[in-house]
Design a protein around this ligand. Structure first.
Ligand SMILES: [Zn+2]
Length: 319
């Protein structure tokens, strides 16, 4: 279904080459893991029209920032690198941007799945959506903002012809990443366990994930295949015209509630899991095959949805 289907190999090679080389050197996993973000960015890139693709390439090409390689797919992990670049030093970038990657919507704050109730829970998780003061760029916006607010703010900057070029570049780099985070269910939900970070898992050898959050960020994504480019291709080929149309509707708040519902109904559904004692002596879970069988289709669809929606937001801002 990709608009780039005929030239996919060339597109993929161009977009992924540097990203894969960089990923091989990257330490540890982060939100969605690098793989998840690269899969999402690849799908988005293939769904951009020629004009939008040329524009994002031109904007990124002028960027000397060396935190990642400069191409579209590699820049999908830039916001994590930026956040962590002074994490063990001054922590200025870390504290200014770390909350922008998620919104902890409490599972028990919305017992009824009615949209107004869910929106109230989202509002609370986003600290009441602190507004961007007049004249303040989104990249310098409040540290208390959540991922929904940042997607909206950076998308608006990307769309606006009056956004100065340096800010428009930052808006693009943050947007490529945050649309991805918005689709990781455990970035939009919490059960008083920091989005599953405090739920220990015992099968880390199999999944490479020590806790539930990491399992969704990285473990499940790796189960889809070892090479992000190949996974992106297979997910993209399965996207129907009807799915792309349906997923393109709504906006960041709708997509956030979608992710929250998947966390509540799938990520926190521990049917079949075995509660065991981990090495530390604390309780931990062995999730099992039934859990994974329920989770994998959700991960596949969220990666594909995020790719389509990122393309939609970028197309809207193309000149
Ligand atoms: Zn992130």
């Amino acid at each position: 279904m990709s608009r780039c289907a005929a030239a996919r190999a060339a597109c993929a090679a161009r977009a992924m080459g540097l990203a894969l080389a960089l990923a091989a050197l990257a330490p540890g996993a982060r939100a969605w893991g690098d793989e998840g973000h690269e899969i999402i960015a690849s799908i988005a890139y293939w769904h951009l029209g020629a004009a939008a693709r040329a524009e994002v390439d031109a904007v990124l090409q002028a960027d000397p920032d060396e935190l990642t390689a400069p191409d579209f797919v590699a820049r999908s992990t830039w916001a994590d690198r930026w956040r962590d670049s002074d994490r063990y030093a001054s922590r200025e970038r870390y504290e200014a941007t770390r909350r922008w990657h998620y919104a902890d919507v409490e599972i028990d704050s919305a017992p009824r799945p009615a949209k107004p109730d869910l929106l109230r829970s989202l509002d609370a998780a986003c600290g009441g959506h602190p507004p961007l003061p007049a004249g303040v760029r989104a990249s310098a916006g409040p540290a208390e903002a959540c991922v929904v607010d940042k997607v909206e703010q950076f998308a608006a900057e990307w769309r606006s012809p009056s956004t100065p070029a340096p800010e428009r570049l930052l808006a693009l780099k943050f947007l490529i990443h945050f649309v991805g985070d918005l689709h990781q269910p455990l970035h939009l939900a919490d059960d008083h366990d920091t989005g599953g970070n405090e739920v220990a898992l015992v099968q880390r050898g199999r999944h490479g994930a020590a806790n539930l959050h990491a399992y969704w960020d990285t473990g499940l994504v790796r189960r889809l295949g070892r090479r992000p480019e190949r996974v992106a291709q297979s997910l993209d080929e399965a996207i129907t015209v009807e799915q792309a149309r349906t997923w393109s509707a709504g906006g960041p708040a709708d997509w956030a509630l979608d992710s929250f519902a998947l966390a509540r109904d799938v990520a926190y559904d521990w049917r079949g899991a075995v509660r065991v004692s981990a090495d530390s002596g604390k309780p931990a879970l062995r999730l099992g095959d039934a859990y994974e069988a329920r989770a994998l289709p959700v991960v596949r669809e969220q990666l594909a949805k995020a790719g389509i929606r990122l393309a939609v937001l970028l197309e809207a801002g193309a000149k």
